[in-house]
Design a protein around this ligand. Structure first.
Ligand code: DNO
Length: 359
């Protein structure tokens, strides 16, 4: 397991690289370029500048999260070939800079969705929350407005303005895209990029849809074992893998996370993992919690044990934390609670390693 930590760049993060390097056991940063419009190729000079910044702080840049996919690729629009060619160029450039894994998602229009970004948890901390009933009574525009006005002044990942400004048009374009059509467009994309990944040694890792269900009538397919199995087999290659995100997949009570880790990990399909906890409220609603098992509904010991059992040697990072100790940070991505998460996950891993080698 290679412990890593996400960083949003000097302009987009309240956390500095110098702080990250002081977290015990963190040697890798998960980074991205935030000033390249979705669909454009990532230029070499910008990638190298980011890499230099990270390296100058004694850290490595081997995972990118995310190279976002232009909506025309998901829609199967005639312009998709041009965007796929651009994506190939980004992969080649990133590989030249030493990147090993690219995380991305295939969610139409919205990336992750929450109905509350700073829900008070009763102890002075706050966390993000998803209320299914509330969302059902919201329009897509309500959601965008809520997120824009409540994210502490940060532009959220996956919530790029250019993508959301034309909501009405995008929704119309999706009106004849169902799950099957989306699978078809996804396959076309993978067929276009995976040969390049094989050539340059980059592993693609799809992030599950968060939450793992259709929203506002839009198709969402990266949601469960059955669909993930179909995705990794659509183009069967070690370069076609998964970002195993416990908080996203765990939001569907039917997903058995340790079993899925053993299954996909056993196939060599998990190059990257996001590990965090959530606490179920009623039905499909939940709030995020600290990483600790007893604070949430997911058993992080069983999850880390499954990773240990598959001899997981990919990259892993703590995921969203609560906002604690008065920190002013982007929702879910403060320093403190994620640093506590790292230490907890490293502690579980050390205990698993030592108790197993003693036998
Ligand atoms: C949210 C993140 C996602 C993730 C993308 C990957 O906090 O996990 O925004 O980065 O879905 O493309």
């Amino acid at each position: 397991m290679i412990m890593s930590f996400r960083w949003f760049g000097e302009k987009g993060d309240s956390v500095t690289l110098n702080q990250i390097r002081q977290i015990p056991g963190v040697k890798n940063v998960v980074g991205a370029l935030y000033d390249v419009p979705v669909g454009d190729p990532w230029p070499m000079d910008k990638i190298l500048r980011l890499k230099r910044q990270v390296n100058d702080n004694g850290l490595a840049l081997e995972v990118i999260e995310s190279v976002n996919i232009h909506e025309d690729i998901k829609l199967g629009a005639p312009t998709r070939d041009m965007y796929i060619e651009n994506y190939r160029e980004s992969i080649r450039n990133l590989a030249k800079a030493g990147v090993k894994v690219i995380c991305y998602n295939f969610m139409p229009v919205f990336d992750w969705v929450r109905t509350e970004l700073f829900r008070p948890l009763g102890d002075g901390s706050t966390a993000m929350a998803y209320n299914h009933e509330l969302l059902r009574n919201m329009s897509p525009n309500d959601l965008v407005a809520y997120v824009e006005n409540n994210s502490n002044g940060f532009e959220l990942p996956g919530w790029e303005k250019d993508r959301l400004s034309e909501l009405k048009t995008v929704f119309e374009q999706y009106s004849d895209i169902d799950d099957e059509k989306l699978f078809e467009n996804y396959k076309y994309f993978l067929e276009g990029i995976i040969p390049v990944c094989e050539e340059v040694g980059v592993r693609m890792a799809v992030h599950p849809d968060d939450p793992p269900r259709s929203l506002f009538g839009l198709p969402r397919i990266v949601i469960n074992k059955k669909n993930l199995d179909r995705i990794v087999r659509m183009v069967d290659s070690p370069c076609n893998g998964i970002t195993f995100c416990t908080g996203s997949l765990g939001a569907n009570r039917e997903n058995d996370l340790p079993e899925m880790i053993r299954y996909f990990g056993g196939m060599g399909k998990i190059p990257f993992a996001h590990v965090r906890n959530i606490k179920f409220l009623d039905g499909e609603s939940y709030h995020e919690s600290s990483h600790l098992s007893s604070d949430g509904s997911l058993d992080l010991y069983e999850i880390m044990k499954a990773f240990y059992d598959i001899h997981f040697d990919g990259y892993l990072r703590p995921d969203h934390g609560r906002t604690i100790w008065g920190e002013k940070a982007r929702p879910g991505y403060g320093l403190y609670d994620r640093a506590l998460g790292v230490t907890y996950l490293n502690g579980l891993w050390e205990a698993l390693s030592k108790s197993n080698s003693a036998v």
